[in-house]
Design a protein around this ligand. Structure first.
Ligand SMILES: NC(=O)c1ccc[n+]([C@@H]2O[C@H](COP(=O)([O-])OP(=O)(O)OC[C@H]3O[C@@H](n4cnc5c(N)ncnc54)[C@H](OP(=O)(O)O)[C@@H]3O)[C@@H](O)[C@H]2O)c1
Length: 270
């Protein structure tokens, strides 16, 4: 499933995505939405050959060892989407082919800006970004940190790019690991809670389909209620109780819900 953002009138310069796997591919889907115009085209590279979507030029290293260098020629933005261990070699490979003014954006976890900038010509700026897995459905939360050579315009460009797959928060690089702890690991905790609540529903006699409907619908609805009310979670819980609980329970002060339900014993994901 492609992104579901309501991207409108977004304009970006030519982009090369080096490593269009899970994350690079999700960002590619964001760029292919009707409301997004990429002037000068999109090129992607992978090791193995495969057809890119319509309107995208796809290169494979196995067919053309110069694929990465070819893809970045004239690109305004180069998105580095390979695994962290491959970033250094990739940057060394393309450094000589980048035009002055190019913006290199790395999504590699744990690779600091200093290591990225060191491998790039001084005329090339870098931004580090940390999207999360809901990028694949256009509901990512992406942290971006500008490098020392990135101008305000280039940082804004990175923001615009990631807005095609969700929400964007700019942070200094010393906060990007903390951000990743919340938004990167967060989906696994949500899935865990959903699993546990679905299991609680199963134990109360609902079948798998009914349990999924009950729990996932409840999460969607509760989050939307939280978002539209503008209230903090604690106040939302109180407001919800005031609307639904019997009068005797309405004045009870906030207490954390009992979790997990007594019959479930599994540990949260690491
Ligand atoms: N997945 C996430 O949720 C997530 C979240 C935040 C950040 N990230 C970051 O995103 C990066 C990619 O992760 P991923 O999960 O998307 O991995 P992935 O699915 O394995 O994608 C990596 C892609 O890079 C390609 N590749 C490998 N070496 C290459 C090279 N030298 N030149 C061009 N392409 C090359 C691979 O091609 P082949 O398949 O043909 O080998 C593959 O398509 C990582 O650095 C990770 O830290 C991922």
């Amino acid at each position: 499933m492609g992104p579901v953002t309501d991207a409108q009138g977004i304009q970006l310069p030519s982009i090369a995505i080096l490593g269009a796997g899970s994350m690079g591919g999700a960002i590619l889907q964001g760029l292919l939405q009707p409301g997004v115009t990429v002037t000068g085209g999109i090129r992607i590279t992978n090791r193995r050959p495969g057809r890119g979507p319509e309107g995208v030029t796809a290169y494979a290293l196995e067919e053309d060892p110069e694929a990465n260098r070819r893809a970045v020629e004239g690109a305004g933005i180069v998105l580095v989407g390979v695994k962290p261990a491959g970033v250094g070699d990739l940057l060394d490979e393309i450094a000589g082919a980048l035009e002055p003014g190019t913006l290199v954006i790395s999504v590699a976890a744990g690779v600091p800006l200093s290591a990225i900038e060191r491998r790039l010509p001084p005329s090339v700026a870098a931004v580090r970004a940390m999207p999360n897995t809901p990028a694949t459905v256009g509901l990512a939360v992406t942290g971006i940190s500008p490098g020392s050579r990135a101008t305000a315009e280039q940082t804004a460009l990175a923001r615009t790019l990631f807005a095609t797959v969700g929400e964007v928060l700019e942070v200094t690089e010393d906060r990007i690991d903390a951000l990743s702890t919340i938004s990167g690991s967060g989906p696994a905790y949500v899935f865990y809670l959903v699993e546990q609540l679905q299991e609680a529903a199963r134990q109360r006699g609902f079948d798998a389909e009914e349990s999924a409907l009950l729990v996932q619908g409840t999460f969607r609805g509760a989050l939307e209620l939280l978002r539209t009310s503008g209230l903090p979670p604690r106040s939302s819980a109180a407001a919800s109780r005031a609307r639904t609980a019997p009068p005797s329970a309405r004045s009870r002060s906030w207490s954390k819900p009992t979790w997990p339900p007594p019959s479930t014993t599994r540990q949260p994901p690491r």
